[in-house]
Ligand binder design. Structure first.
Ligand code: SAM
Length: 247
């Protein structure tokens, strides 16, 4: 089954593709957008859940979202139309690492640091897009505990691939950013996110999928559930943090 389509279906119930609740998202966005901000860039925007919520709350801003997934961008454009935001947002199909555009006041990169080869590459790329004094909303994973071999196998990760929380914040500091408000995803947020992911895909497989896609979609939902419950549950953390450029 096409992975981009599967991921778009899996995020129907939880359009934020990260373990962050609606309340957490609202608090982060409230503390992200500085007074007078006008331009926002979302690198790896997915279905546009963060960007569209930000634009709805900040009427003076316009936004660009970049992603490689055509189905996710279709969902983002449909949601922009539903919210009456089409005139203030553009969704671009492309590699975020190659995106060229003018400097912006706010950059978002949540759950998409792999697009830049990891955290250090992401922070360096963001610098090229951000105006001096701008802000970045960064969302990235870290190890809460362990990791156990089962968690590593579930994620297909190597032991040193993710830092612990202190290591993540140290890397942010080394790149010259100052952490402001942050949100550490709770186990309840992880559980809600993963149940929505697997549940939406299962419901689609059983109710809407073309005959040729049904078995593959069910298999993907089962595999994902096992990777979560027998793998990274309770070990993988997720930090979403407002970072200030102090220059
Ligand atoms: C975990 S999702 C996060 C989506 C969104 N930021 C959110 O939190 O709802 C990661 C996104 O990164 C996108 N992505 C992966 N590699 C990319 C690349 N090289 N350029 C742009 N987007 C990419 C995927 O298509 C996916 O939509």
């Amino acid at each position: 089954m096409d992975r981009d389509l599967a991921r778009a279906v899996a995020h129907r119930w939880h359009p934020v593709a990260a373990p962050v609740s609606d309340d957490g998202l609202h608090r982060l966005l409230t503390r992200l957008v500085p007074p007078g901000a006008r331009e926002v860039l979302d690198l790896g925007c997915g279905c546009g859940a963060w960007l569209l919520r930000l634009l709805a709350a900040a009427p003076g801003c316009t936004g660009v979202g970049v992603d490689t997934s055509a189905p996710a961008l279709d969902a983002a454009r449909a949601e922009a139309r539903r919210r009456g935001l089409t005139g203030r947002v553009e969704f671009v199909h492309g590699d975020a690492a190659g995106h060229a555009g003018g400097p912006v006041d706010v950059v978002l990169c949540v759950g998409a640091t792999h697009a830049f080869g990891g955290l250090a590459g992401t922070l360096a790329a963001v610098r090229r897009h951000l105006r001096p004094g701008g802000r970045l909303l960064l969302g990235d994973g870290f190890w809460e505990h362990g990791p156990t071999p089962a968690a590593l196998a579930a994620l297909g990760a190597a032991p040193g691939e993710l830092p612990d929380l202190a290591g993540l914040l140290a890397a942010v500091g080394e790149a010259g950013f100052e952490p402001g408000y942050g949100h550490l995803s709770t186990t309840a947020e992880w559980d809600e996110y993963e149940w929505c992911w697997t549940g939406a895909l299962t419901e689609w497989a059983l109710g809407e999928a073309p005959d040729g896609e049904r078995a593959a979609a069910l298999d993907l939902a089962r595999t994902h559930r096992t990777q979560w419950l027998a793998g990274h549950r309770g070990q993988l953390g997720f930090l979403t943090v407002v970072l200030h450029d102090p220059t």
